[in-house]
Design a protein. Sequence first.
Length: 57
Amino acid sequence: MPIPSRPHGQVASALDDINARIRRLMGQPASKDRTQRYHKLLAEWGDLVRGDVEPAA
């Protein structure tokens, strides 16, 4: 499901950047550092999309 764009596509652009960084990171050998960086990227991704989530009724 596509994420709705906010003004000027700022969120979509930021998500594209984070997704690209995750893909590059996953191409690296598994390590503790890679795991920590992956967690940080997931947190950034979550912060960006959080505003697009509507509370359940």
